[in-house]
Design a binder for this molecule. Structure first.
Ligand code: HEC
Length: 158
């Protein structure tokens, strides 16, 4: 009797095992919208990159600046890393508006930021400066298609 019970139990376990739902996946916290990520992380990181190297002319002549200390370079590296990881976050779950063009634009931002990251690791201010334009274009390309609801900046996709 004990053996039969054991068998029935095992069968019951097997059945429940088969009926179990698909694993739910990692418990991502998705409280931030795309807009939140833009305003809170992506824009600030892009600014840190764009402001890292520059020149202004004033009454004293030309003022050029570039990252100097280890701390300065760490900030540029961190900004590039944040943009790369933000590209991943944009493709996560319902933030992705579709799985083709949206993925491609997110990937383009990642690739652009990866150039900045390499430049920061090489401590090359000229390449940091040049990567700024590529990053800027990657932002604009996506905005031109998906930034809907703001008449000044976007257009509705057909
Ligand atoms: C994959 C697409 C995509 C990429 C890449 C992208 N954005 Fe956006 N961004 C959007 C969308 C969509 C919105 C509008 C969000 C909304 O209003 O719901 C937006 C809105 C914004 C806003 C306005 C946020 C607000 O408070 O209303 C800023 C600022 C911004 N993006 C900056 C950037 C910068 C800087 C980059 C590049 C470093 C970038 N974005 C790259 C899709 C993108």
């Amino acid at each position: 009797m004990r053996t039969i019970c054991g068998l029935v139990m095992a069968a019951a376990l097997l059945i429940t095992g088969c009926a179990a739902e698909e694993p739910a996946g990692p418990p991502f916290d998705m409280r931030h919208t795309t807009r939140d990520l833009m305003a809170g992380m992506i824009d600030a990181s892009a600014d840190a990159l764009w402001d890292a190297v520059g020149t202004i002319w004033d009454e004293n002549g030309e003022n050029y600046w570039e990252p100097e200390t280890d701390e300065d370079w760490l900030q540029v590296t961190g900004a590039a890393m944040t943009l790369i990881e933000s590209g991943n976050l944009l493709m996560l779950g319902s933030r992705a508006r579709d799985t083709e063009q949206w993925y491609r634009y997110s990937q383009d931002m990642i690739d652009a930021a990866a150039v900045a990251l390499e430049a920061a690791e090489a401590r090359d201010p000229d390449r940091i400066f040049d990567s700024g334009e590529v990053v800027y274009n990657s932002c604009n390309n996506c905005h031109n298609t998906y930034w809907i609801g703001d008449e000044q900046r976007g257009r509705t996709i057909p």
